[in-house]
Write a protein that binds this ligand. Structure first.
Ligand code: GUN
Length: 288
């Protein structure tokens, strides 16, 4: 069997098209969604991600406000910037690209972002709402993974979902989202004794560890949907996921590629959260 390839690029494009129309309507009401993107230092991967986020803002019609700060910025100055952005009515979302350079306390910075502008969904208010099943900003990467399943008609209800990885940014929120949709969820991590046996039980297998090709073909149950959320650079400079794609696709029913799967979806969901925030700020109904 060769799996259906889940085209994250196409699903993301469809979401961007919908948002573009919605933003046009908002502009007609005098509302311009705005996203502040804060980049500290010169990390090459972060620079690339930030450029991609700013470009997508331009494409969909979100005003992007760019703050490129030197790595010598003090914690106090960075906190002051966040406070200014929290108070700026043009800004509906604040994204501080992680990781921050050594010496800066990223937890304090992220927690300083107003819960009303936490479009990354990483703050305690957003994550608390996720646990409580209340509406709020959902972290973009796991939200994107759920949208890919939805776009391909894969309903988690009654299925066994296995999430490999327990990060606050991806693994834990993804497990909660799958649970919300009535999957039976197992979370695996570095201390899981028999990872292969756990993965082989998965109807939906999500890999979010950051270790190239750690999910091999023989860990995939025949017909499973495989969502690869890893982004790893090989010694040859190639971008690969956490799943051995060529081997896994022979077993899976559906599989996301890397690149072209979770990556474009993350940015699309960041745009979605920014529009959601602008609508909330204007007191408009949230029919999204
Ligand atoms: N660094 C890598 N991915 C992300 C992300 O989704 N948001 C932020 N703020 N930083 C990141």
């Amino acid at each position: 069997m060769s799996a259906v390839i889940i085209d994250g690029k196409k699903v993301a494009q469809d979401i961007r098209e919908k948002l573009k129309k919605e933003i046009e309507e908002l502009k007609g009401k005098g509302i311009q969604p705005g996203l502040a993107v804060v980049l500290v230092g010169e990390n090459p991967a972060s620079k690339k991600y930030v450029a991609s986020k700013e470009k997508t803002c331009g494409e969909v019609g979100i005003k992007s406000l760019s703050y490129k700060m030197p790595e010598t910025i003090s914690q106090q100055e960075l906190i002051k910037l966040i406070d200014d952005l929290n108070a700026n009515p043009e800004v509906h979302g604040i994204l501080v690209q992680l990781p921050l350079p050594k010496g800066l306390d990223s937890k304090e910075v992220m927690n300083r972002i107003s819960p009303l502008k936490d479009v990354d969904g990483f703050g305690p208010d957003s994550l608390g709402k996720l646990v409580l099943d209340e509406p709020g900003f959902v972290p973009c990467t796991p939200h994107g993974a759920m949208k890919m399943l939805e776009a391909y008609g894969i309903n988690p209800s009654g299925k066994h979902a296995v999430v490999v990885g327990r990060s606050i940014i991806v693994g834990k929120p993804l497990a909660l989202l799958l649970l919300r949709q009535n999957a039976t969820v197992t979370i695996c991590h570095s201390r899981t004794p028999d990872l292969k046996a756990e993965c082989l039980r998965a109807d939906i297998l999500c890999a979010a560890v950051g270790k190239a090709k750690m999910i091999t073909g023989d860990m995939v149950k025949p017909g499973a949907a495989v969502i690869d959320i890893g982004i790893n650079v090989t010694p040859e400079g190639k971008i690969v996921g956490d799943v051995d794609f060529d081997a896994a696709r022979e077993h899976a029913g559906y599989i996301t590629p890397v690149p072209g799967g979770a990556g474009p979806m993350t940015i699309a969901m960041l745009m979605y959260n920014t529009v959601l925030s602008a609508k909330m700020a204007a007191g408009l109904p949230l029919n999204m």
